[in-house]
Design a protein around this ligand. Structure first.
Ligand SMILES: [Cu+2]
Length: 434
């Protein structure tokens, strides 16, 4: 497959899909035992007059929809709402109909959780809590947390592979003895199944979200041939030290790269650390939230101690396209992925997580690991950690290296300690083995 060269998929294709079983009223698709509270909500929203959708109200809608209608219904619901489909838009005005948005969330949660809200149900095996046995909502999160998965093959990338996929580029030797490292990066458009049944029209670097993890060594000469194979203008803006004309922003140097055009970004790798790249064309929030970001690692000249290395890019999916918040949260593309496929690590082995936050629309994100502590190296620009902790907070564009060893075998959760994000996808497991 040629990365990024897929035909753009017009949203109308999905939005007007009359074969969808979810084109009827929402109440038709709910579980019988959930009809009470959710039909009540639906009626309220349909009758409500408000059009303003606050972040809380949107999440209320998601929590109810994910648990009750199932993620497939959720997909249809969110996609339909994206074009202002009347019934769904009305449904989404829960902020107006229910001023206490969070009450709507917890209400739905209670209705969906047979154990009652606040019951810290252990999850020894994510698959054990299938929608059929435990509804998979309330304290257990959305239905698709507990067994339903997306089609990674159709998506063209798999977060399990993305985790440890470092792209070192193609290298050659310059006359001054330095390493020249080259990559091809193609901007494209791609429909990604971000939750079971929910397809999001993403804008991508090399047909995946996050884009490829570009990795090099301090002092290398870097050459990134960027091809814009999408219908929109884009750039690659790298964090790091480089000349202005290589900054990948509009109106400086080459500026925006038009559809069908290309540009070569070339600069030296400095400073060593954990960085990122993203498109810098406005509206910037949309270009980023659509999926145009990736990790950019510059290793120190002397390298780092050998470790089981992985990349986690924290981000969200604003599936309603309202630009006000996110309905789903994830690391490496797919919400709850590492719940379904825990990250296997060896007891006692050094684990190094390159943790990047590019989350749009929410001011902070965070990372918390259970049953362990880690050394934290903010931006990876120093060789000594600044903190020994189990929780760190990052704003957009912040990143840092987390190093840890698990002393005990077993399954350990990691998630945003912005727990609302965890409930909506930003959680996973480490599986520590001997
Ligand atoms: Cu862009």
């Amino acid at each position: 497959m040629t990365p990024g060269l897929e035909e753009p998929i017009p949203p109308e294709t999905e939005l007007h899909d009359d074969t969808s079983p979810f084109n009827g009223t929402l109440g038709d698709n709910f579980d019988g035992n959930l009809d009470g509270s959710l039909d009540g909500d639906a009626d309220g929203h349909v009758d409500g007059q408000g059009t303003r959708r606050g972040p809380t109200s949107r999440r209320a809608v998601l929590a109810g929809a994910a648990g009750a209608a199932g993620a497939a219904g959720l997909g249809a619901l969110l996609l339909r709402s994206a074009i202002g489909d009347a019934p769904v838009s009305a449904f989404a005005t829960s902020g107006a109909a229910h001023p206490a948005g969070h009450a709507a969330v917890s209400g739905a949660g209670r209705a969906l959780d047979p154990g009652g809200a606040g019951t810290a149900t252990p999850v020894p095996d994510a698959r054990m809590l299938s929608p059929a046995t435990g509804h998979g909502a309330g304290v257990n999160g959305a239905t698709f947390r507990t067994g339903q998965v997306v089609d990674h093959r159709a998506n063209g990338f798999d977060p399990t592979a993305v985790l440890r996929d470092f792209d070192w580029g193609t290298t050659s030797r310059l006359s001054d003895g330095r390493t020249l490292r080259e990559w091809d990066v193609v901007a494209g458009e791609r429909e990604i199944e971000v939750a079971p049944g929910l397809r999001f029209p993403a804008w991508t670097f090399n047909a995946r979200v996050p884009g490829p993890t570009l990795r090099c060594r301090e002092g290398d000469r870097l050459r990134v041939r960027f091809v814009n194979a999408s219908p929109h203008q884009h750039t690659m803006h790298f964090h790091g030290i480089h000349p202005a004309e290589m900054d990948g922003v509009p109106m400086v140097g080459r500026g925006t790269i038009a559809p069908g055009e290309e540009f070569v970004y070339e600069f030296d790798a400095e400073p060593f650390g954990l960085h990122l790249y993203h498109c810098h064309v406005g509206p910037l929030a949309e270009h980023i939230s659509r999926g145009m970001y990736g990790t950019f690692i510059i290793d120190p000249a002397q390298g780092r101690p050998r470790a089981d290395e992985m990349v986690m890019v924290q981000h969200g999916w604003n599936t309603t396209f309202d630009g006000q918040g996110n309905q789903l949260y994830a690391v490496n593309g797919i919400p709850f992925h590492y719940m379904h496929e825990p990250i296997r690590v060896k007891r006692g082995e050094l684990v190094r997580i390159h943790l990047v936050n590019i989350l749009e629309y929410d001011p902070i994100n965070s990372f918390h690991v259970h049953g362990n502590f880690f050394d934290y190296y903010p931006t990876g620009t120093r060789l000594e950690p600044s903190e020994y902790t189990d929780t760190i907070v990052q704003g957009q564009g912040q990143r840092g290296i987390c190093e840890m060893r698990f002393p005990h075998v077993g399954r350990y959760m990691f998630h945003a300690h912005k727990t609302e994000f965890a409930d909506l996808g930003w959680m996973g497991f480490f599986e520590v083995v001997d």
